[in-house]
Write a protein that binds this ligand. Structure first.
Ligand code: SAM
Length: 278
């Protein structure tokens, strides 16, 4: 590592080598155990890093490539990060590629602190619409669901049991920035089963053998949409927690919808904010 350089907007360090110890540590964030140990995760792209800062998430490390050094917003973010006590690094193209594990790496990377919301935030208020995910395995599906929930105006996401890590790079990428918009609450399966007994609104599950059309229930009350695993769906214990079990009628030969698609169809049916084009 070189000695700190003084930039127009503050002080940053330059790192050109992919074997720099800081970069090695950051590469370790691709593993869940390291994300948990450091409580950090990685976001790529100027728009997403700016969205995280704007939403008040803590940016621990801000990295930008040489090509981004002339961008005014990049320099403003660097200065903001520095003023909030974050580390700012100007890095080489190979470093960016190594971190993002792809050739066309973004020119900006943000390392944020993870933030989960306490379960007390889940309250049965008018228009409350939570999405609970029990055992979702695929990070891309999880990220797509977070993005779709954000777009549908959902209140937040409940991650149950073995559901995959929302802070994995693939999941964060798929959220397209919505990771910063919605509260994330984590429950064990036992905790969620206990919580469900106290919830005064609907718990709506989707099931391929349900007899109720997904448009039939009256969703004008607080609701949790409970979705299961991609392969096996909701198991019997999860089904037992549901006040309503619904099915989306299908045509064609496909035997089921992708989990994230089914979640999206449900959410846009359940949201009751009179969402209209402006
Ligand atoms: N063979 C699996 C099964 O029997 O559950 C298919 C799983 S499907 C890919 C994933 C989940 O999405 C399902 O378990 C169900 O919760 C939901 N899903 C998919 N298509 C659906 C539909 N047409 N109606 C209701 N739920 C659906």
């Amino acid at each position: 590592m070189k000695t700190p350089q003084t930039a127009r907007t503050g002080v940053y360090k330059e790192i050109a080598s992919v074997s720099n110890p800081i970069i090695k540590d950051l590469r370790g964030l691709s593993m869940r155990k390291n994300r948990q140990a450091t409580n950090r995760f990685m976001t790529e792209g100027l728009k997403l890093v700016a969205a995280g800062c704007e939403a008040g998430w803590t940016l621990s490390i801000f990295l930008f490539g040489e090509k981004a050094a002339s961008n005014q917003l990049v320099m403003e973010l660097a200065a903001l990060s520095k003023s909030r006590g974050g580390m700012v690094l100007k890095v080489s193209e190979p470093v960016l590629q190594k971190l993002s594990r792809r050739d066309n790496a973004q020119t900006v990377i943000g390392i944020f602190e993870q933030a989960l919301t306490p379960a007390t935030a889940i309250q049965a208020k008018a228009h409350s619409l939570w999405v609970a995910l029990d055992g979702v395995k695929d990070p891309g599906n999880l990220g797509t669901i977070v993005r779709t929930a954000d777009a549908a105006g959902a209140t937040g996401i409940i991650l149950i049991g073995e559901t995959t890590d929302p802070f994995a790079l693939e999941a964060v990428r798929a959220t397209m920035g919505s990771i910063f918009s919605l509260p994330l609450v984590r429950f064990s399966r036992t905790e969620f089963a206990e919580f469900a007994k106290t919830w005064s609104g609907l718990i709506v599950g989707t099931h391929l053998s349900a007899n109720t059309d997904y448009r039939a229930p009256d969703y004008r009350q607080p609701a949790i949409l409970l979705m299961g695993n991609e392969q096996s769906g909701l198991d019997d214990d999860a089904v037992a927690l549901c006040t309503d079990l619904v099915r989306i009628p299908q045509r064609g030969r496909a035997d089921s919808l992708n989990l994230a698609i089914a979640t999206g169809i449900m959410l846009f049916e359940m949201q009751r904010d009179d969402l209209i084009l402006e």
